[in-house]
Design a protein around this ligand. Structure first.
Ligand code: HEC
Ligand code: HEC
Length: 221
């Protein structure tokens, strides 16, 4: 093969890998930004869950991200990484200190690439169940009456904020998390957070009730 031909092939290949190969530039670039920003100092990006004891949990500085691609809605991550408003009412792992909202921020480009990277992190145990958001009275019954979910989670009722602050807020959760992940988490929270104070509802609620609950939670704005 002559030199000119191989040069043309090589530059075509470079062009292909830079612009055409699906999404990978974003993922690789996002991982670089994630590593350079020391995000991994506080966030676990390889599964499965490692923490086994309360000491392991307390040693963690931030929530795990190794299944971020199953959990988050992509547009939410793109926005949140630029303007990270508190999700948990309390500082991570604290029951007494209010969340001061001082999470590191990224610029738009960085946030887009890091989002691509985080959306590529998925759990091998995760199975989609086709849950659709639904603001049903039955779902609300389970959430408000049958189980006191808002004992630990903040919700919006009309203009009023109600509920506890020990768990992440449910305000805007319908735009933040994927319905199928909410269902998977309610079925088996230990896969994702083995040492957190969230009760397990499998065995207490029927599978139908857990489905309705996931549909209802996914509809919360
Ligand atoms: C000093 C520790 C620390 C560093 C460094 C850090 N984070 Fe975080 N991160 C946290 C804490 C704590 C939270 C929980 C915030 C909240 O609930 O409001 C969080 C939340 C998140 C969330 C939402 C996770 C969830 O389950 O709610 C994402 C996504 C995230 N961080 C990405 C990043 C990225 C990307 C970087 C690097 C640019 C980064 N973080 C750097 C501590 C950190
Ligand atoms: C005893 C307190 C408590 C109760 C009651 C409780 N939760 Fe939680 N919940 C938590 C904690 C703690 C977490 C994990 C916190 C973390 O990741 O930092 C959590 C996490 C969640 C998450 C994941 C949110 C996210 O952003 O990671 C969902 C969804 C959820 N709970 C739904 C529910 C529902 C629905 C109920 C009622 C059936 C309920 N919870 C009852 C404490 C509670």
């Amino acid at each position: 093969m002559n030199f000119r031909v191989s040069l043309v092939i090589m530059s075509a290949a470079a062009w292909f890998f830079t612009f055409v190969s699906p999404g990978h530039a974003g993922i690789a670039e996002g991982k670089k930004i994630f590593d350079a920003g020391n995000c991994g100092k506080c966030h676990q990006t390889a599964g499965p869950a490692k923490e086994k004891t309360i000491e392991d949990q307390l040693a963690k500085k931030g929530p795990e991200l190794w299944y971020a691609g199953n959990k988050f809605q992509k547009p939410f991550l793109q926005k949140w990484l630029i303007d990270p408003k508190p999700i948990r009412g309390m500082e991570f792992n604290s029951l007494t200190k209010k969340n001061g909202g001082n999470h590191p921020k990224l610029a738009k480009d960085g946030a887009d690439n890091v989002t691509e990277y985080l959306m590529s992190l998925v759990s091998t145990d995760f199975k989609p169940a086709g849950i659709q958001p639904k603001n049903s009275p039955q779902g609300r019954m389970v959430f408000e009456k049958k189980q006191g979910c808002f004992g630990c989670h903040e919700v919006k009722k009309g203009e009023k904020m109600l509920g506890g602050l020990t768990g992440p807020t449910m305000v805007g959760i319908g735009d933040r998390l994927q319905p199928d992940w909410i269902y998977a988490y309610l079925l088996n929270p230990k896969v994702f957070k083995p040492v957190k104070d969230m009760p397990t509802y499998a065995g207490i609620l029927s599978d139908d009730e857990i489905k309705m609950l996931a549909e209802y939670v996914s509809s919360l704005k």
